[in-house]
Design a protein around this ligand. Structure first.
Ligand code: GLU
Length: 515
């Protein structure tokens, strides 16, 4: 089947004979916290591979060099490992199809981009950002879909060579037909039609020679012999471009299934503005990995028959693509709490002790906590009240206590928001970063640091005085600190509006709006 050839398209109702060994992958972009959505996508790919005696691999898609970080990559690996979604090939363990990090594969993509150029499936585009912006604005006004207008398609060989010789920057774009329909056969949704004229002539190689996600993703799925791709529904509109690339290269495309996005209970897209989305937050809160996996699994398998408590093996046995519900699965924290409670109660006291120790009472952590508390106790029994906040998740803090500081209420709100965003923007989370971010808030508000610190003492430790704050925040870790700040912010007023975000953050992008 080729993407252009609708006539020869296989009827999706007739299952294709699977001739290749099943290989699936999860391909996260390391641009932030390891998201529960990544765990959900990884789980489907893992289960499908295991169910079919196949191979599941982890690939790091870091083509966005400005936003990708090694810290985020490491956190993703830690989080997936903690969940027990182990991969058979990946950047840390290698494999026959490596390397498994896209930034280590740039030479490979360049070869394939050249092949597309030579065969006339792609072209060099020299349009300036100004010209592209004007074109998009005109399309917006004319209510047309944003699409490259084909300006540089008219250049001939001599003109292209001259522009290259002059050093005019260029990108490589894929050619896309102007008419006709592309049919994406989604494994669960069935055929989805896209008009080619609404599909953009995607940039495949940026002006700095780096590939975009689209080229790298297709080349890698082919070279890594991926047979099935389960990924978030936000990628469905990319599928026509990908299928077209497969047909340009003459490769067999993997079968695709686009999973519904996880939702907040109000059905909005799961976002960290309303609830933590980092897998590591759930680890720090003391959810058991098997409970979180079971919870995510319930969004995938139908639990109408039998118990809702299912191990990964049972989930694997029960999984059936046909049963995946396409309605937005709700990330229902009370349900997760209930499941986690079930798992905890199953543990014998000794096993529970081990979990508790590993979670927050290991020797190294306790010694650090005692170091902080040492100067402030007169009896060992003072430790309970003084250090309880280290072993808690959210704290029951009221608006009155948060506002009971020497800062105007409006500044309390602003300080909490700035702390949350400021710490989010930092790659590293340690005492000196915390100190820098909190002190800069004092400066922004032209307030005495002592007054600002008191607010953060209340929000983070639950009390206006406690053990040294910066060290305590480092020990609590990024995820718990973020959640306490978020909850405190929620207590003192409505979430910052778009205008507030813009003016409080200064020139920084209002990322919070997008997440
Ligand atoms: N890197 C993409 C992501 O972060 C992967 C999309 C795909 O699976 O094709 O979700």
């Amino acid at each position: 089947m080729t993407a252009l050839d609708n006539e020869s398209r296989t009827d999706p109702a007739v299952p294709l004979l699977q001739t290749r060994p099943i290989r699936t992958r999860v391909a996260p972009s390391p641009t932030g916290d390891p998201h529960v959505g990544t765990a959900y996508v990884a789980l489907v790919n893992y289960i499908f591979a295991k169910q079919n005696g196949g191979t599941f691999l982890l690939r790091i898609e870091d083509t966005d060099r400005a936003r990708s970080t090694l810290e985020s990559e490491a956190a993703i690996l830690t989080a997936l490992r903690w969940l027990g979604l182990t991969w058979d090939e990946g950047p840390d363990i290698g494999g026959a199809h490596g390397p498994y990090r896209q930034s280590d594969r740039t030479a490979i993509y360049a070869r394939y981009a050249d092949e597309l150029l030579e065969r006339g499936h792609a072209f060099r585009c020299f349009c300036s950002p100004e010209r592209l912006a004007a074109m998009r604005e005109a399309q917006r006004l004319a209510k047309q879909p944003p699409r490259y207008d084909g300006h540089c398609l008219k250049l001939d060989r001599v003109e292209i060579d001259a522009l290259v010789a002059e050093g005019v920057p260029s990108v490589v774009r894929m050619k896309v037909p102007d008419f006709g329909v592309c049919v994406v056969d989604d494994l669960r949704r069935g055929p989805i039609e896209f008009e080619w004229h609404a599909v953009d002539m995607q940039v495949l190689v940026k002006s700095d020679g780096m590939p975009t996600y689209h080229l790298a993703n297709v080349v890698d799925d082919h070279l890594m012999e991926i047979t099935h791709v389960f990924r978030g529904e936000e990628w469905v509109s990319s599928a026509p471009k990908h299928l077209l690339l497969y047909s340009y290269f003459g490769w067999e495309a993997p079968k695709l299934m686009h999973l519904p996005l996880l939702r907040n209970p109000d059905k909005s897209k799961l976002s960290k503005r309303k609830n933590p989305t980092s897998i590591l937050f759930y680890a720090r809160m003391g959810y058991l990995p098997e409970a979180l996996l079971n919870f995510l699994g319930l969004l995938l398998v139908s639990s109408s028959e039998g118990s809702e408590v299912m191990s990964l093996d049972e989930l694997t046995k029960r999984f059936d693509i046909a049963n995946i519900s396409l309605g937005g699965p709700v990330f229902d924290v009370p349900k997760l709490d209930w499941l986690n409670g079930r798992y905890l109660r199953e543990l014998a006291p000794d096993a529970l002790f081990e979990r508790v120790r590993d979670w927050g009472f290991d020797r190294a952590r306790l010694v650090k906590i005692l170091e902080l508390a040492h100067a402030r106790i007169e009896r060992l029994s003072d430790l309970g009240e003084l250090t309880a906040f280290f072993f808690a998740g959210r704290l029951p803090i009221t608006k009155e206590r948060l506002l009971d500081v020497k800062l105007p209420p409006a500044d309390v709100r602003k300080a909490l928001a700035l702390a949350m965003w400021g710490l989010d923007a930092e790659r590293v989370f340690d005492r000196s970063v915390v100190e820098r971010v909190l002190k800069s808030i004092g400066e922004t508000l032209s307030a005495k640091f002592r007054d600002v610190a008191r607010l953060f003492y209340v929000a983070i430790t639950g009390s206006p005085t406690s053990v040294p704050l910066f060290e305590a925040m480092e020990l609590l870790g990024r995820d718990i600190v973020r959640e306490r700040l978020r909850v405190a912010l929620e207590q003192v007023g409505p979430p910052p509006s778009a205008a507030e975000q813009k003016s409080w953050r200064g020139a920084a992008a209002p990322e919070e709006l997008a997440t």
